[in-house]
Design a protein around this ligand. Structure first.
Ligand code: SAH
Length: 453
């Protein structure tokens, strides 16, 4: 039996879904974050459950040849990049295996359907949106990211997966807070109602270079805010918008409902392919602009459109995929649960002179059924659900609608595989499954799947 607080020398035999190494004693699995398949490691057992244990990696006795030296000095403490210790090519191999495993074990389909993931040429500095918590940690100001599974802020001056501008905004905020003794709204992880600054958020338009900085505070009045504005304005290339967001609540939700544009514009612009989008602080917009184009182009290709089709785009967000599809369809219906996202989608369609898209607010499961009840017959249905996958009611509606093609865009291979199994039982045939690496250095992987009736 494996014992807690004891050290073991173990051989890693597999990689778990979150990138952790797996060792086995008899058949009992031990999960070890940071360890790689084929390595011999020294491990301290930190948690023992009935069916598995967790170990802390103490020493790599025999490293794998796939092991990379993480470029980020904060890698060990930060909860951001869980697989930076793998060479990028091996990260893609790992994600390929992970998708194949789900497709085989959960969906019961052939792994031959899974294509090799589309990776990035340069997998660094890819994120166009950053949210940095601000707090006092052991008497010092910390701006950075949370440690794994905790709310302890790790002070980080440079993050290698974020746009460069985030490092500069973070430095300016830090200097301003220190100079004027502006207190953050948490102290050692505890809410500090006497403090002021809670988060900073930065967004940058990849093609336009326009920058938005959002200072999240717990109260309206911020001393020396004009100095903050001047420092950002004078030192950030492309600055277009500075917003104060007031969020007095002690919650995990970063943004409150009260926004004030304190300098410049309310929104910034960006393009995906040739489409222009207005982005406000709350807009959902994919965070890896380079890979978003690859994702959407694959979705469009798999939709198999000729210009005469009626298309449903379920879970359409701000209508990004909808606009892509509109180029080659007769009419596209976008459905989304968040009313503000639909307002953005309508505005985005107008800006791009797209007149064959219609948007509906509501759940995909209800609205798609309503469209069918009204006699609208889709040729193609595209779905892009959140991690939990599609509601069973939606899968049933898709089965009754009998479209020629279905395109499934997914951010979680496990729920994707579960839903594919159901769609196969309802008469669809799965074609290509194309993973796209939207989040290098993390264990996440996005997939686009083509299905036919
Ligand atoms: N296709 C968009 C957004 C995908 S994210 C893009 O690529 O940008 C998933 C979206 O599903 C989110 O916008 C979320 O608000 C929405 N959503 C979540 N549950 C939903 C439901 N039951 N019905 C419709 N939309 C839902």
């Amino acid at each position: 039996m494996v014992e807690k607080n004891k050290e073991y020398i173990l051989d890693i035999v597999a990689q778990g879904y979150e990138g952790e190494g797996i060792a086995k004693i008899d058949a009992y699995p031990i999960f070890i974050p940071g360890a790689l398949t084929s390595e011999k490691v020294k491990v301290l057992i930190v948690k023992v459950n009935k069916n598995f244990a967790f170990g802390k990696l103490l020493e790599i006795i025999e490293p794998a040849k796939e092991r990379a030296i993480p470029k980020c000095e904060h890698y060990k403490r930060c909860g951001g990049c869980s697989i930076q210790h793998m060479e990028y090519k091996n990260q893609l191999d790992f994600k390929f295996d992970r998708v194949k495993d789900c497709i085989h074990k959960i969906a019961g389909l052939s792994t031959d359907l899974v294509q090799y993931p589309i990776g990035m040429e340069d997998p660094s500095r890819y994120r166009n949106k950053v949210q940095l918590p601000v707090g006092m940690v052991k008497g010092k100001l910390a701006i950075g990211f949370y440690a794994p599974r905790s709310h302890n802020i790790i002070d980080i001056d440079k993050c290698l997966i974020q746009d460069n501008v985030a490092d500069t905004v973070s430095r300016i905020t830090r200097e301003w807070m220190e100079k004027y003794k502006i207190m953050p709204a948490t102290i050692d992880g505890v809410f500090n109602p006497k403090g002021i600054v809670k988060h900073i958020m930065i967004r940058r338009g990849f093609k336009t270079n326009e920058v938005m900085v959002v200072l999240v505070t717990i109260k309206k009045n911020v001393p020396h805010i004009s100095e903050f504005i001047a420092n950002i304005r004078d030192n950030i290339d492309g600055i277009k918008s500075i917003v104060q967001n007031i969020n007095p609540k002690d919650t995990n939700v970063v943004l409150g409902s009260d926004f004030r544009t304190i300098w410049g514009e309310e929104k910034i612009k960006d393009y995906i392919d040739e489409f222009k989008f207005n982005i406000s602080p709350l807009s959902f917009f994919q965070v890896n602009p380079v890979q978003t184009e690859n994702l959407y182009k694959t979705a469009l290709k798999y939709a198999g459109l000729t210009g005469n089709e009626i298309v449903f785009d379920a879970y359409c967000g701000t209508g990004t995929i909808t606009l892509f599809l509109s180029q080659k369809a007769k009419k596209v219906y976008g459905v989304e649960i968040v009313p503000e996202a639909i307002e953005n989608a309508i505005e985005n369609a107008k800006e791009n002179k797209v007149y064959n898209a219609e948007f509906l607010v509501g759940t995909a499961e209800d609205k798609i059924q309503e469209l069918l009840d009204q006699g609208v017959k889709p040729d193609t249905i595209v779905v892009d659900p959140p991690r939990k996958g599609c509601d069973i009611k939606l899968l049933e509606a898709i089965a009754t609608a009998k479209p020629k093609n279905v395109v499934y865009v997914s951010c979680d291979p496990s729920t994707l595989a579960r839903d594919l199994k159901i769609l196969v039982e309802k008469g669809f045939k799965v074609g290509k499954i194309q993973p796209v690496d939207m989040f290098p250095h993390t264990s996440h992987i996005e997939c686009v799947v083509k299905l036919k009736r």
